[in-house]
Write a protein that binds this ligand. Structure first.
Ligand code: ZN
Ligand code: ZN
Length: 343
């Protein structure tokens, strides 16, 4: 599969990605590991090279990044190691111990890095696949206001497309995203959102599930993998709707579908970064009907068949505002019916 961001082959189907996973972050007998204190400066300015197996312990990779960033002036020798940024591994899975990283398995998020340094990091640190400059805001749509174009982080060098892998009773779900454009969701221990979805969907599964604020598609596609015959995913932000459609294609082998029809490519979607009315982005042919829309969830009821009473997940921003939440739930119940849950 061609990567929609860099045009190279950095994305794989779920099946191909999962085939390599069991030993992906494990060391060979020759691999060495040195634990470094992330909250102190790495004053020795040294780092070990990759092992002959091609992997390197994550702390050594971070020491290498730190050495380059201090040398380039992005960090000072008073800065702790952690000031270099946050490492996001690709593919992202829950790990019992720190990983030994193969080539191209790390996206670095950093508020301190400059473009020139980012280019050097991608060139010289083999594990780094991309470098993203972060800010003190949430990238993508961060509130109920849809009138302004949201801010995003900036990809400075390499490619910031990466996948997270989520466990389901039916097998793992692979969810790709372009990291600079969507909010960072560190999988929480035990995957509480997915667990609540699995219990709501039930067995046999409900006939119809709506993921009204789908993000990059995790809950909606999980419902598809759990066998829900009809699923609608929707998000107002183009990057979320695009990656939902992309992830539908990535996981198609686990769904009862014959074909995925994509109606808009990413370049078309960039022309309408935020949409209020529903734009149809993708749908499937086959035993399972999965539809993806870009639009405001408040107008989503217009594309839901009347009387179909779906199970709806409303993963909205205003979770800390109980009155707004109650109003949204009541409106949804009045227009669409069925059961609503806030994951
Ligand atoms: Zn790429
Ligand atoms: Zn090794």
């Amino acid at each position: 599969m061609k990567c929609p961001v860099c045009g190279m082959d950095c994305v794989k189907s779920a099946k191909d990605l999962l085939a390599t996973l069991s030993s992906f972050y494990t060391p060979c007998p020759e691999c060495s590991s040195r634990m470094l204190d992330k909250h102190r400066p790495h004053a020795r300015l040294d780092y070990a090279p990759s092992c002959s197996c091609g992997k390197r312990f994550i702390d050594e990779v971070f020491a290498h990044i730190y050495v380059i960033m201090t040398d380039m002036g992005d960090l000072t020798l008073q800065d702790p190691l952690i000031a270099a940024g946050s490492p996001l591994i690709h593919p992202g899975i829950a790990l019992d111990r720190p990983p030994f990283l193969p080539h191209d398995s790390l996206v670095l998020l950093s508020s301190r890095v400059t473009r020139k340094t980012a280019e050097k990091l991608v060139r010289e640190v083999p594990e780094v696949r991309g470098v993203v400059k972060t800010g003190d805001f949430v990238p993508g749509i961060a509130g109920p206001d849809l009138t302004t174009v949201p801010r995003t982080y900036e990809l400075l060098a390499g490619c910031d497309v990466r996948a997270d892998i989520f466990p389901l009773p039916t097998g793992p779900l692979v969810i790709y995203k372009q990291q600079s454009l969507v909010h960072i969701e560190f999988p929480r221990a035990g995957y509480p959102k997915l667990r609540s979805l699995v219990s709501k969907v039930g067995s046999p599964p409900v006939p119809f599930f709506v993921d009204a604020c789908s993000g990059v598609g995790t809950l909606g596609l999980a419902a598809g993998c759990l066998g829900v015959p009809h699923v609608i995913l929707n998000d107002a932000w183009y990057a979320s709707a695009f990656w939902s459609a992309f992830n539908l294609e990535v996981n198609r082998e686990y769904l009862k579908i014959d074909r995925v029809r994509i109606f808009e490519q990413i370049a078309d979607m960039q022309k309408h970064p935020v949409s209020r009315d529903q734009i149809r982005i993708a749908e499937t042919d086959g035993d399972q009907s999965i539809e993806i829309y870009q639009g405001d969830f408040r107008s989503l009821p217009e594309v839901i068949p009347p009387g179909s009473s779906p199970l709806t997940a409303l993963d909205i921003f205003d979770k800390n505002n109980p009155r707004a939440l109650q109003k949204i739930r009541e409106e949804w119940a009045g227009k669409v019916g069925g059961e609503v849950f806030i994951p």
